[in-house]
Ligand binder design. Structure first.
Ligand SMILES: [Zn+2]
Length: 66
């Protein structure tokens, strides 16, 4: 039996509609930073919005690093 991990959708920061990625349900959304194409140089990971088609940059703030 495979257990499906609980996740929540992380929405596109540009259009607010597209589901760019899924985050684990216990991840604090405040640790995820999403950038539109104009701030892509700050991002570490990239995905694409299925609604507006823009490249969305993602960076993840490490725990204990403030
Ligand atoms: Zn979008």
């Amino acid at each position: 039996m495979q257990q499906v991990k609980r996740t929540h959708a992380v929405r596109c920061p540009v259009c607010g509609k597209g589901r760019v990625i899924d985050a684990a349900a216990d991840v604090d959304p405040g640790r995820l930073h999403l950038y539109g194409p104009e701030h892509a140089d700050k991002a570490e990971l990239f995905s694409k919005c299925p609604k507006c088609g823009l490249q969305i940059g993602i960076s993840f703030e490490k725990a204990g690093h403030s």
